[in-house]
Write a protein that binds this ligand. Sequence first.
Ligand SMILES: NC(=O)c1ccc[n+]([C@@H]2O[C@H](COP(=O)([O-])OP(=O)(O)OC[C@H]3O[C@@H](n4cnc5c(N)ncnc54)[C@H](OP(=O)(O)O)[C@@H]3O)[C@@H](O)[C@H]2O)c1
Length: 287
Amino acid sequence: MATASGKFDINTSYKLNSGHQIPVLGYGVYQTPAATAESVVLHALKNGYRHIDSARAYRNEQPCGDAMRASGLKREEIFFTSKVPPKSMTYDEAKKSIASTFSQTGLDYVDLYLLHAPYGGKEGRLGAWQALREAQKEGKIRSIGVSNYGVHHLAELEEYIKSSGDGSKIDVNQCEVHPWLPRNDIVDWCKQRGVVVEAYCPVIRGQRAEEPVLKKLSEKHNKTWAQILLRWSLQKGYVPLPKSETSKRIEENADIYDFELDESDMKELDMPDSYEPCAWDPTTSKD
Ligand SMILES: NC(=O)c1ccc[n+]([C@@H]2O[C@H](COP(=O)([O-])OP(=O)(O)OC[C@H]3O[C@@H](n4cnc5c(N)ncnc54)[C@H](OP(=O)(O)O)[C@@H]3O)[C@@H](O)[C@H]2O)c1
């Protein structure tokens, strides 16, 4: 676990509501082609990452499973996530999605399974959640959560969990979060309930490399703009999920434990009213 003083290392993990641990740095594989995924995931595992963020929709679960086996690490040393695709948000389709993850990866359990986006209407969302809960009870999935859920989607799910008495707990909400998209409403809701916020697009797909504040902090700490962003995410208490297919960047993105942003640095990156997503934003969907 992270200590109160905010010290982290490559092995830091948080305890989820399920009781399982989640490594605080993840490795994302969105848009990583299946043909190269095994070698880049292997490179990440060799460089200390212990957490892989995949999804049915990314079409690279199989090479992720292959890399996990090829790494020589024990299964329980690696945290693997997949997700129910946005178009599969019903009970039946979510069950099929989970079954397919097992046949693709060859794993005997999955650490975390998420609902990729709050689509499909209330019935679809809650049906898909029931499928996750069943798989968790069967021991196939250790922790369950959501992605791209706005506060109104989270409240709907919380209400369902209370009224159904199914005993489920939301472990994670995975959303785009960075200084230009702080999402304080979602973050506060999650914090109050021990729901871990996973931050996707933590390096903003490289789009803010020239921002003066990042240049300044980069010079001050002798670290790259990407490392400054990742460190911000860690110090905010999130689980950042940087993606890279470039060996040097994979290493760079994990080399974030030898410096600390101080209070004034964190303040400079505090833009509470900023709303500038670089990806899609299903958190605002109303149906
Ligand atoms: N749940 C969702 O809806 C959702 C949506 C988006 C993402 N995600 C998850 O979050 C992960 C990360 O998000 P993302 O891939 O969209 O964005 P990201 O990690 O912010 O950015 C990835 C891009 O930035 C480049 N990059 C990475 N590290 C860099 C560095 N140190 N210096 C310069 N450029 C660097 C990568 O290039 P190269 O690969 O060419 O090195 C790639 O083009 C995804 O892979 C996925 O697992 C989830």
